[in-house]
Design a binder for this molecule. Structure first.
Ligand SMILES: N[C@@H](CCC(=O)N[C@@H](CS)C(=O)NCC(=O)O)C(=O)O
Length: 213
């Protein structure tokens, strides 16, 4: 049996949830919350980050490593294209979505959602402004030129689409919206990925967990 450790609202856990759903794999989920210094969790993930996945005897960490494993072990409904060029592009989009994009979106989410709602602290508006006005625009300019005006990046719905969309769900919880006048193609793309039936179902379940149903 597959066990996924990680709270659904993490952009990285969400990516794995969507991958599992696309492959129609049954699994159990433990809503492990990050930053808790849980000694039991540290035993299975020395970095103490989410997600971690267990499949029988195997325990692995990191959403990208997990998705690549799922692809190798359960090839049905491919998550990555199979030619070398597209596969390389897919890995790059997954990397970009999981690093700079996730970092900036997490900055907005932390300041405008976690701080006021959970930690009862004030938002550092200057920091948020810097992310929105200075740090995100060059990335959004780049993505605007990378994603297609219709459909998904490689035709079929895959991990690259999910990785570039997922951080924006968290920024969205914090009230951020991609400016559709300035980045119409990317903004539409994120809307399209979000509306994919498998993604939509996961977002509805996630919203219920976050008390937003
Ligand atoms: N590269 C990792 C990143 C995972 C990650 O940063 N997860 C965050 C939650 S969204 C976390 O657990 N942070 C806790 C920490 O950094 O200690 C992946 O793709 O799984």
């Amino acid at each position: 049996v597959i066990i996924l450790h990680g709270a659904s609202a993490s952009p990285f856990v969400r990516k794995v949830l969507i991958a599992l759903a696309l492959k129609e794999l049954p699994f159990e989920q433990i809503q492990q919350i990050p930053f808790t210094r849980d000694p039991v969790y540290r035993n299975i993930n020395p970095l103490e980050k989410i997600p971690t996945l267990q499949d029988g005897e195997l325990t692995i960490c990191d959403s990208t490593v997990i998705c690549e494993y799922l692809e190798d072990a359960y090839p049905r409904s491919a998550l990555y294209p199979d030619n070398a060029v597209d596969k390389a592009r897919a890995r790059w989009y997954e990397e970009l979505g999981g690093t700079r994009v996730a970092e900036l979106a997490a900055g907005i989410f932390f300041q405008r959602f976690m701080r006021p709602m959970v930690l009862k602290q004030e938002t550092d508006e200057e920091l948020v402004k810097k992310i929105i006005d200075k740090q995100l625009p060059p990335i959004l300019d780049y993505l605007e030129a990378q994603v297609p005006a219709e459909g998904f990046i490689f035709g079929d719905f895959m991990i690259a689409d999910i990785s570039l969309m997922s951080p924006f769900v968290n920024a969205g919880y914090a009230g951020y919206e991609i400016d559709s006048a300035r980045w119409p193609v990317f903004s539409d793309f994120v809307g399209r990925v979000t509306a994919h039936p498998v993604v939509n179902q996961i977002l509805v379940a996630e919203a219920a967990l976050m008390g937003r149903s």
